[in-house]
Design a protein around this ligand. Sequence first.
Ligand SMILES: Nc1ncnc2c1ncn2[C@@H]1O[C@H](COP(=O)(O)OP(=O)(O)OP(=O)(O)O)[C@@H](O)[C@H]1O
Ligand SMILES: [Mg+2]
Length: 209
Amino acid sequence: MIELDDSYFIAKGNNRSCFRHPLDPAKCIKVDTLKKMGPTEKEARYYQTLARIRPDLDYSYVPRFYGFVETNLGRGGVFDLIMDEGSLEVSKTFEFYLKDGRVAADDPLWIEAHRRILEGLFRDSIIIRDLHVRNFCARKMLDGSIRLVAIDGIGHRDFIPLCNYSRWAANRKLRRQIARKDFHSLDAIIHRFNLPRELRRLGGKKRTA
Ligand SMILES: Nc1ncnc2c1ncn2[C@@H]1O[C@H](COP(=O)(O)OP(=O)(O)OP(=O)(O)O)[C@@H](O)[C@H]1O
Ligand SMILES: [Mg+2]
């Protein structure tokens, strides 16, 4: 059994805590904090499906999933730990940089990062259910660019999983999620991020009102 303690702790979301893997510095362990059949279990199922339907998936934009391990805090999912390229520094989230005021709508660095993640997700037809800025790590690359990596909300919960069989359906679903969460442009993301929480749920609809 793997012992996790505060010295490995990275961050916590609403549903799970993320730790560095004590035995592998390139990986992290995510432990569900609330429910038994938590989000990691559901994500794991989608990863299993992905391995089957997208055997050549480019894991630049989503971490790899390596299965489960037993820890002192319960069962944990093992994933790639997203670190800045060429360093052991865990990448900060996209939300961190937005809060910090470092993301401007006209900044080519961030425009390109945003363009590339969408391009990558559509190319591989990967669905991200929870498109929220806290669910992306912003990886600093050695060439000075930023690479956004989706670290949470990967997959869908459709009862009839049409989008596992049809890329067209998967991309349509992804497009809808993007529209719903105002993820289509960097400008829209920044605008939504700056909206009060209650307006964010309306998809920033007050914008043109
Ligand atoms: N693969 C990873 N590499 C680096 N950091 C990660 C990784 N996965 C998660 N994190 C960090 O841990 C935090 C919590 O992880 P995650 O978003 O998966 O938890 P959650 O509880 O499912 O989130 P939410 O509150 O969005 O439901 C992230 O915001 C991020 O800071
Ligand atoms: Mg999250």
